[in-house]
Design a protein around this ligand. Structure first.
Ligand SMILES: Cc1ncc(COP(=O)(O)O)c(C=O)c1O
Length: 375
């Protein structure tokens, strides 16, 4: 079976994890800080490691103080975690339509959705291609609201020469196995605003305060630690940070491998009128996570099924989030974001991962061409 995405694990990764298992620490030890420093250098902002991309989003929303009744503007073409983590805090999810080519949130659709209750605009860097961060930044600044970037797909990408992670108020990452680097389960929150980063970090670590200078009851005793705001346990353990450190040391190689596979597909299908290839704006430097093609909606399902029957495990990323029954129960209706719905009806994600061999990619390309000729 050829998966649509998969981890790349080598001997060094395995040795790193074994060494962590043999060390004094299983959970919060020295590798956590080392991994966080490494992430910070890759994303150009202070970073906190957490147990998943979902946890990272929850921490980011906690850091900006989402409260019941707040509104959060998100694109529908994303994994449900982008919305679920805000909704679970009582936020109302407002959907802004996407750009037809990148499937990223369309800045032109955002401003008219802003109300006095809007707390944040959330951009998702779909497939690894950064969203229009500067246009969104401008809107966020104009209305005094936050810009959050769900960069689950895009660690290692750049927007106008700037690192993803250094532009939004808070940026979140996922290290799930299909992502650009992995820790099994894992994620991170990054920010150049120390106050927001501190809040995210506290939320991920039970809200515990250990610094005497910040305590309300510093004379309680030498054992004392205290909580000023509730938090959860979203720590990423040393064992997984060991894997993360080993993985992140190969991020440049992963980027080159992923982007070469992207280029091979683009070259192979460039003259194929049945396929619309993913767009790359000339001012972005993506680390590609997905290769999303679009075909006519009438043939999408058949192409998908035929590829699956050949053990080519393509995916559809994503059904608009408000198609999930939970949103229907909340009163959201189909037709809300027509461009996103059209994108969903036409999209298929082709296999893309660092260890994807040229011969397997050739096979996928040939099968797609054959099937399309028959449809
Ligand atoms: C865009 C997006 N946001 C958030 C997440 C959640 O990340 P995780 O699976 O690490 O919780 C994912 C992962 O699938 C994702 O693709």
């Amino acid at each position: 079976m050829i998966p649509y995405g998969r981890q790349s694990i080598n001997e060094e990764d395995i040795v790193a994890v074994i060494n962590a298992l043999k060390s004094e620490w299983l959970t919060t030890g020295p590798l956590v800080e080392q991994f966080e420093e490494k992430i910070s250098s890759i994303v150009g902002a202070g970073s906190v490691s957490v147990s998943s991309g979902t946890a990272a989003l929850h921490c980011a929303y906690a850091a900006i103080g989402i409260e019941p009744g707040d509104e959060v503007i998100t694109p529908p073409i994303t994994f449900i975690a982008t919305q679920a983590t805000a909704a679970i805090m009582g936020a109302k999810i407002v959907f802004a339509d996407v750009e037809a080519d990148t499937a990223n949130i369309n800045p032109d659709c955002v401003e008219s959705l802003i109300t006095s209750k809007t707390k944040a605009i959330v951009a998702v860097d779909y497939a690894g291609h950064p969203a229009e961060l500067l246009a969104l930044r401008k809107i966020a600044d104009k209305y005094g609201i936050y810009l959050i970037e769900d960069a689950a797909h895009s660690i290692g990408s750049k927007f106008r020469g700037r690192l993803v992670g250094s532009i939004a108020d808070l940026t979140t990452f996922s290290f799930f196995p299909t992502k650009n680097i992995t820790t099994g389960e894992g994620g991170a929150v990054s920010s150049n605003n120390p106050e927001l980063l501190d809040k995210a970090k506290k939320f991920a670590r039970h809200g515990l305060i250990r610094d005497k200078n910040r305590m309300k009851n510093p004379n309680e005793g030498p054992w004392h630690q205290e909580v000023h705001a509730f938090g959860l346990n979203y720590r990423l353990p040393d064992i997984l940070c060991a894997l993360g450190l080993s993985q992140i040391s190969r991020i440049t190689t992963f980027k080159a491998q992923r982007n070469r596979i992207f280029d091979n597909y683009s070259e192979a299908f460039k003259d194929n009128l049945q396929i619309q290839l993913p767009t790359k704006r000339d001012y972005v430097d993506p680390m590609w996570h997905l290769f999303p093609i679009q075909v006519k909606r009438e043939i999408r399902s058949e192409l998908f099924s035929k590829l699956r029957s050949l053990n080519i495990n393509v995916q559809v990323n994503y059904m608009p989030a408000y198609f999930h029954p939970i949103f229907a129960d909340l009163g959201y209706k189909k037709g809300l974001c027509p461009t996103a719905e059209n994108f969903y009806n036409c999209e298929i994600s082709l296999p893309l991962f660092s260890d994807f061999t040229e011969s397997d990619q050739e096979k996928v390309i040939t099968e797609i061409k054959n099937i399309l000729q028959s449809l």
